[in-house]
Design a protein around this ligand. Structure first.
Ligand SMILES: Cc1ncc(COP(=O)(O)O)c(C=O)c1O
Length: 389
């Protein structure tokens, strides 16, 4: 049907149509989605979100209470990132957050500076940011542990450099770059350092309490100017919920624009978009209050326990192996004998959607993954391996 009906259809009919039309989508609860960094949102956050659909953070004068809740949630997460004075916003996702960070970095730089040094593992959002902002990305190789090679970062710094990026939870393997070292480099050269913790931001803060390896990745390192943390990944918030956090107001003001016409009155916006989901911000606030540290810690522990189970199962197989010991709840599977793309296809035929990188398959063990899904996946992997050899 390509044309809009003249007369609207009854809701019941459309509901039935939707049920049929949406059947092809994969679902989180059946353990089919094993490659995504998103998950089934927390039920409570969904309920809160549904109550706030009309709220628009783009016109703050109309929704002052929603603005206040966004500020509170940003402060709560800022504290989790070792900086209660952090400011920022909830945006559509990690892509928008990373673009916003480089926007600020560029505005704070000298006019002639146009280069940003990023790890080879940096997410594609940095390519988009560079294109939009007319910046040049300098990609730096990783070391043997898949972290950015800091000596190589230093070598690339010139008078054209305006920023460095570090990743706390790489997209492909969930590895954490040495942020304290990058911070030292940034401070020594007077450069902006952005940390992309889109994934790790809701995982790493709980590692110390759980007795796992501790990673300094946040504002504790004095050179860190901004951090991306996505509530719609390990934060369990409904999509869209990305987060951009700045060390201080001065950095955020570098991208501020005055918007004088709004019905709520004059406002200053420091986001790419105008109209912005208040429901996302309120849902994040509610979830932070509801789950608390203990709630998130338990979620991280559960995901990590399953991750290790999955890793053990893979280590016991002959034709496939781990790319590296999992750092977070992300598992990289490689093979020297099987075409990894063919293997992913065979898995998809069995209803398992994994992510495929040039040399490995990625499984993200998100909160919707259950123990039985891990067992079923290992079973399917074993059979897919047999079919691929
Ligand atoms: C490290 C990292 N940064 C940024 C993003 C982009 O996030 P989004 O898809 O929410 O825009 C991703 C997506 O997976 C990511 O892994």
């Amino acid at each position: 049907m390509n044309e809009l009906n003249e007369k609207g259809l009854p809701e019941t009919l459309i509901r039935r149509q939707l049920e049929l039309k949406l059947q092809e989508d994969l679902t989180y609860d059946r353990g089919q989605i094993l490659g995504s960094m998103c998950t089934r949102p927390h039920r409570f956050a969904e309920q809160v979100y549904m109550k706030c659909l009309e709220k628009n953070l783009g016109d703050p004068g109309l929704f002052p209470a929603t603005v206040e809740l966004e500020k509170e949630a940003i402060k709560l997460l800022g504290s989790l990132l070792s900086n209660p004075k952090a400011c920022g916003h909830f945006v559509s996702g990690g892509t928008e957050a990373n673009i916003t960070a480089l926007w600020a970095a560029r505005n704070l730089s000298k006019e002639e500076q146009s280069e940003v040094i990023v790890p080879a593992s940096a997410h594609y959002s940095f390519d988009k940011a560079a294109d939009l902002l007319s910046l040049k990305l300098i990609r730096v190789r990783s070391n043997e542990g898949f972290q950015v090679d800091t000596a190589a970062v230093k070598k690339e710094i010139t008078s054209d450099t305006l920023a460095i990026v570090g990743i706390a939870g790489t997209t492909d393997l969930g590895v954490v770059d040495p942020i304290p070292e990058l911070s030292e480099i940034a401070v020594a050269h007077g450069l902006y350092l952005h940390v992309d913790a889109a994934f790790g931001g809701f995982v790493l803060p709980f590692f110390k309490d759980l007795g796992y390896a501790n990673f300094d990745f946040d504002f504790k390192s004095p050179g860190v100017s901004s951090i991306t943390v996505d509530p719609h990944k390990m934060g369990l918030a409904p999509i869209p919920a990305g987060g951009i956090f700045f060390r201080n107001e001065k950095i955020m003001k570098s991208i501020s624009v005055e918007v004088p016409y709004l019905s709520g009155g004059n406002t200053i916006q420091s986001t790419i978009v105008g109209t912005r989901s208040g429901a996302s911000a309120v849902a994040v606030w509610a979830l932070l209050m509801h789950l608390g540290r203990a709630g998130y810690r338990a979620i991280v522990k559960r995901c990590m326990d399953l991750t290790w189970k999955l890793a053990e199962g893979i280590e016991a197989m002959e034709e496939v192996s781990l790319v590296t010991k999992p750092v977070m709840n992300i598992v990289g599977i490689k093979s020297s004998k099987i075409d990894i793309h063919l293997l992913a296809e065979k898995l998809r035929e069995r209803g398992r959607a994994v992510s495929v990188f040039p040399h490995h398959i990625r499984v993200a063990v998100m909160p919707h993954v259950k123990l039985e899904h891990v067992h079923d996946f290992l079973n399917d992997l074993e059979n897919a391996v047999k079919e691929s050899t």
